[in-house]
Design a binder for this molecule. Structure first.
Ligand code: ATR
Length: 294
């Protein structure tokens, strides 16, 4: 993608991560800036973990309007910022920084992006609902905290490493007052619990391109229509996990919406304008085709 309008007045945003080569965010945000006729640009910065503090110190002197933060910096960035928005503080991870005249404010739009994708793409509202989370890593943490803070009635957790699920479940119960429970991993999971939940969120990396045949073991026979089954993976578009859930008649949703809406929310925080959602969605789809992952 070209930048025909880059000039001395161009405002810059970017992404700090390591690696950043395969990020879809530059394509998504630059398409959004162009379509909104904003003289802004978004650049990837491969920031080695050893250089994170120096890179953060450079945000204001270089007049960056804001940056996204990705793996492996989302937690380590927190003590380097001036202010953390309360939800991001509870999650303990930041994926978006806004440079407010030199004050660096950290947000987490991952969880909120997921909730927004549920509303926009599946007409699902978390209030009063029961959820099963598969996995207990960084992505699960952002999603589960935001679901809990959005009023879920109960959240079940299951993870290959049970202790990690136990810690996350405990933290969410303590901080959000939500009922939580840890279930055995895989086929040992009680089928009646699976049948009773409104939403299942698959957050592990199992099934991600190029290992698209993989899926967590799961009692799929307990899944039924009326349930919403999500996978945070978006390459492939429909994981083996989602295929097996769809066969049971459940509504299925991949991780494209979360990726899109975390970007939409970051765009809105930086620019103060509504994001051109369809343009951003098309840019993501185009970039996936370009990378041969669609
Ligand atoms: P992310 O930020 O994408 O969530 P992460 O924090 O590394 O990444 O978390 C990865 C999640 O996928 C964890 O829940 C991990 O389970 P463990 O806590 O047992 O490591 C899960 N995961 C990764 N590979 C897995 C595999 N082969 N089988 C089962 N779970 C796996």
């Amino acid at each position: 993608m070209g930048f025909p309008n880059l000039n001395g007045e161009t405002k810059l945003c970017g992404l700090f991560g390591f690696p950043v080569e395969h990020s879809l965010s530059p394509a998504m945000h630059n398409a959004a800036f162009q379509s909104s006729e904003l003289n802004w640009a978004y650049l990837p910065f491969a920031v080695h973990p050893d250089h994170l503090a120096k890179a953060v110190q450079g945000i204001h002197p270089l007049n960056l309007a804001g940056v996204n933060i990705t793996v492996p910096h989302k937690q380590r960035i927190i003590p380097l910022l001036d202010e953390i928005e309360p939800t991001a503080a509870k999650i303990g991870a930041v994926n978006t920084i806004v440079n407010c005249g030199g004050k660096l404010v950290g947000y987490n739009t991952d969880g909120a992006g997921f909730i927004r994708s549920l509303a926009e793409e599946a007409d699902f509202r978390p209030q009063g609902k029961t959820v099963l989370m598969i996995g207990a890593g960084g992505a699960a943490r952002a999603v589960a905290f935001t679901l809990a803070l959005s009023g879920c009635k109960a959240i079940y957790f299951t993870n290959r490493t049970t202790e990690t699920a136990r810690e996350l479940a405990k933290e969410i119960a303590l901080n959000c007052g939500t009922n939580t429970e840890v279930l055995p991993w895989g086929l040992k999971m009680p089928k009646e619990t699976v049948t009773g939940v409104d939403l299942v969120v698959q957050t592990t990396s199992l099934g991600m391109w190029p290992n698209w045949q993989a899926a967590p073991e799961f009692p799929f026979a307990a899944v039924h229509s009326g349930q919403l089954i999500c996978d945070l993976i978006y390459t492939p578009r429909q994981t083996s996990f989602l295929q097996q859930a769809a066969v049971q008649g459940a509504t299925v949703l991949n991780g494209m919406g979360m990726l899109l809406y975390q970007g939409v929310l970051a765009f809105e925080l930086w620019t103060g304008q509504s994001a051109p959602i369809e343009i951003m969605k098309e840019a993501l789809a185009r970039q996936l085709v370009t990378e041969g992952k669609s």
